[in-house]
Design a protein around this ligand. Structure first.
Ligand code: PGA
Length: 256
């Protein structure tokens, strides 16, 4: 079964109402050229609703960058419940992005709970995994990926990945301009798929695994062409319509 390619833009803590309107206008306008892929944009929480309104009627889908792990809304100042994200039109939510893990202390266990809550709220979690440079140089890439994925699989079971996406994002490639080579990306993606296959081969085969980390229009083609790379999670390049759309065009060109 061919997996449908996905290109998701993670705007991180960037944007302003005018800039968002122009970016989304351009993305929506050109998205019609890419019927074979899923396109998602993940704006900062305060802009989700206005970006959602601008996406209305297009096939571009809305995602959030994080959510509370709490199963129920309540007295958790500053937090955002998954049900609220769903309520304002999100279909997806990033879970366990490396910036959340490293800058905000999100543990594997917390990330696993966020994943579970996201699904309980009807959102598709995009589970981000990835090793640091020190871990890679120390030969720990596979053990880190296995540990990060395992925390989720242990809590939810592999079958939960029927409605989830994984993003492999080597920390050393995020925002650095340094990308994993196509061989490094393929090896990590195949490893992740293999880990899932140990408990559920069918789910492993159908789960989309995106690559993230300094993806640009000039390196997306060689990354996306790998057998186990099903698209990209795009940070910096998702803030420029022309660059983001060029990446979408490359993904579209690879669909059968
Ligand atoms: P980058 O970010 O494309 O700017 O490296 C990717 C990400 O953090 O998702």
């Amino acid at each position: 079964m061919a997996r449908r390619k996905m290109v998701a833009g993670n705007w991180k803590m960037n944007g302003a109402r005018d800039a968002n309107a122009s970016l989304v206008h351009d993305v929506v306008f050109d998205s019609k050229r890419f019927p074979g892929i899923d396109i998602v944009v993940c704006p900062p929480a305060v802009y989700i609703e206005s970006v959602g309104a601008a996406l209305n009627g297009s096939s571009v889908q809305l995602g959030a960058q994080t959510l509370s792990e709490q199963e129920k809304p309540g007295a958790f100042t500053g937090e955002i419940h998954g049900g609220m994200l769903k309520d304002v039109g999100c279909s997806y939510v990033l879970v366990g992005h490396s910036e959340r893990r490293s800058l905000y202390g999100e543990s594997d266990a917390l990330v696993a709970h966020k994943f579970k809550t996201a699904q309980a709220c009807g959102l598709v979690p995009v589970l981000c995994l990835g090793e640091t440079l020190a871990e890679r140089e120390d030969g720990q890439t596979e053990s880190v990926l296995a540990r990060q994925l395992g925390a989720v699989v242990d809590l939810t079971g592999a079958a939960a990945f029927k409605s989830a996406v994984i993003a492999y994002e080597p920390v050393w490639a995020i925002g650095t301009g340094r990308t994993a080579s196509p061989e490094q990306a393929q090896a990590a993606h195949a490893f992740i798929r293999g880990q899932l296959a140990k408990t559920n081969a069918k789910i492993a085969n159908s789960t989309r695994i995106l690559y993230g980390g300094s993806v640009k229009a000039d390196n997306a083609a060689t990354l996306f062409a790998n057998a186990d790379v099903d698209g990209g999670l795009i940070g910096g390049a998702s803030l420029k319509a022309a660059e983001f759309l060029a990446i979408c065009a490359l993904a579209q060109s690879l669909c059968q």
